[in-house]
Write a protein that binds this ligand. Sequence first.
Ligand SMILES: Cc1cc2nc3c(=O)[nH]c(=O)nc-3n(C[C@H](O)[C@H](O)[C@H](O)COP(=O)(O)OP(=O)(O)OC[C@H]3O[C@@H](n4cnc5c(N)ncnc54)[C@H](O)[C@@H]3O)c2cc1C
Ligand code: FES
Length: 278
Amino acid sequence: MEVLRVSNVIPEARNIATVMIEPKDIARFKALRPGQFVMVWVPGVDEVPMSVSFLGGSPFSLGMTVQDIGEATHALCSLEKGDLIGIRGPYGKGFRFPRSPEGWMVIGVSGGVGTASTILAMEEASRRGLRTVELVGARDNGSLLFRGRWERSSSDVRYITDDGSSGRQGFVTDLLREAIGPLTSDERRRTMVLTCGPEPMLVSVRDLLKGSGIGCQFSLERFMKCGIGVCDSCSLSGHRVCQDGPVFALSQVLRMEEMGMFHRDRSGRKVPLKECVR
Ligand SMILES: Cc1cc2nc3c(=O)[nH]c(=O)nc-3n(C[C@H](O)[C@H](O)[C@H](O)COP(=O)(O)OP(=O)(O)OC[C@H]3O[C@@H](n4cnc5c(N)ncnc54)[C@H](O)[C@@H]3O)c2cc1C
Ligand code: FES
């Protein structure tokens, strides 16, 4: 574990902030694949998994965009420049991209703080010369994240909010349905969806893409303790999300009978998804 001082804390939206650090082991983090995660230790509080939402700059920095929903995330959002945190990782499997950009389209489907996982991936897709479409959903205008970064990385960015205060009113899956509707079967074969967001949203994406001929990669979340495949607390239908994921292909997600139905709590007990806030 690297123990580092926080270099900045950037307020992003209501109850959401990006915590920046400057890792010493730059080579390790330069090799990170978008979608991989780190385990973040807040001294005296807890250690929790976080996606890497920013990587680069000068001095080389790593950012984690955190939604305040409990003890550890509240402590992370309350950090100030100079405070100490510990970082392990990067861990898990990240998003994969088509080998050649020729003829391919990548559609990002991002909901809420799930954008913290997709933003880096969609920026990477643009850098690789892939045609990108960014579909970004949030509860309301005040919760929409990374507007500037989406618009710098793609010429086709579409927003939607639950209350219509930004973009259209509706769910991000409405935008996905419209985006894929007109595609021919040949175009579908060369379309890849990358998605992260609340689990009910991911279930809708799964159902929409099942049998569509379009590939999809899902970034999934489960309660994590070790982050390295040892404790089994992140178990999801026989997969360890920390090691086999957190990014899974549509074909894997279609076989996960617990997806959208059950989570595991801190003690490992299987609990209905509706008992979790996410
Ligand atoms: C791979 C991965 C990447 C993540 N990336 C981010 C990120 O970029 N930004 C961010 O804000 N959060 C992210 N999370 C979720 C974050 O780790 C949890 O919100 C955090 O652990 C909650 O800790 P807490 O002490 O604040 O809340 P707790 O008090 O532990 O929990 C508050 C509520 O959230 C639920 N919860 C806690 N952890 C999870 C989980 N892992 N999955 C589903 N429900 C959970 C609990 O059941 C409880 O209802 C990620 C999770 C994973 C597994
Ligand atoms: S968090 Fe321990 S096995 Fe995944």
